[in-house]
Design a protein around this ligand. Structure first.
Ligand SMILES: [Zn+2]
Length: 284
């Protein structure tokens, strides 16, 4: 059975690769492809997952290398995005570094992420943002500064950012939209990773929501519109099964919803092709 007969460029907008702890690039991409998936947007994993904690540059370079392997050996078109996860900042503090010293390390790493965009090695800066867990007021202040710094870089090199934050409601969407305005980054270039069904402009304030591809979220979203992306946040970590959705979820959900008439093919092309091309300024 051909999973995706009309070759909809089904895109997972946030899927990780980790050959040390999981399937690795080629196997993950093949699982995705055989389920009907065609495009993977791959943010680098945090530095600790490759065993060289705080070597941010290496983590980004590895992410790019995995994408090259996928593009060489599978039918999937993969694109890397590079950033520094906000949890790295917490870990730097825990390791005894000062707020300022840790800020310098994070922003230097983001400079490298922006350099990679400039060199056409990656298509966005991410994931960046602030922790999904509770932190001190002082830490939060710095985390917000780092997020803003990343958005400024994105504006400079004219690319999107993928934001990892606490679970966002309208209030957070508004806050990030105003931050984008402040640095001069177009609101739609701010992609809220791991988003709920915030589809209407009075819910997402013009940001691009990347929806977690669970049945409930996608069903709820499509009733309101199709201006969103889809993702799993797959971690490729065998020690954390079920922490997030599996690598086949976006194609399976998309094709199943088309079969059931919940999603039209037109919607699918909008979500997976036109929205992706517009936000990232790429051809897929
Ligand atoms: Zn992630």
């Amino acid at each position: 059975m051909i999973a995706n007969p009309n070759e909809i460029p089904i895109t997972d907008n946030h899927i990780h690769i980790d050959p040390l702890n999981g399937h690795g690039p080629v196997k993950t991409a093949k699982l995705f492809y055989n389920a009907g998936g065609r495009v993977m947007i791959i943010p680098n994993k945090p530095s600790w997952s490759s065993g060289s904690e705080f070597n941010f540059k290496e983590g980004m370079d590895l992410g790019i290398k995995y994408v090259e392997e996928i593009n060489q050996s599978t039918g999937v078109k993969a694109f890397p995005i590079c950033g520094v996860h906000p949890a790295e900042y917490s870990r730097l503090l825990r390791a005894g570094r000062s707020f300022d010293e840790s800020y310098d390390l994070m922003t230097k790493a983001l400079d490298y992420g922006a350099y990679l965009v400039n060199e056409n090695k990656t298509i966005a800066i991410g994931e960046i943002g602030r922790p999904h867990y509770e932190v001190s007021e002082e830490e939060l202040k710095y985390q917000n500064l780092i997020m803003k710094y990343g958005m400024e870089l994105a504006k400079d090199v004219q690319c999107p950012v993928q934001l990892h934050t606490e679970s966002a409601t309208e209030d957070e969407f508004r806050e990030f939209a105003l931050l984008a305005d402040e640095v001069g980054l177009k609101r739609e270039k701010v992609i809220k990773h791991f988003s709920g069904a915030y589809i209407n402009e009075d819910e997402n304030f013009g940001l691009t929501p990347s929806l977690i591809a669970s049945k409930d979220v996608i069903k709820k979203a499509i009733k309101k519109g199709n201006n969103f992306l889809m993702e799993t946040d797959f971690l490729d970590d065998k020690t954390r099964p079920g922490a997030v959705l599996g690598p086949k979820t976006v194609p399976k959900r998309t094709l199943d919803f088309i079969r059931k008439g919940i999603l039209t093919e037109e919607d699918a092309f909008q979500i997976h092709e036109r929205n992706v091309q517009r936000v990232y300024n790429i051809e897929i």
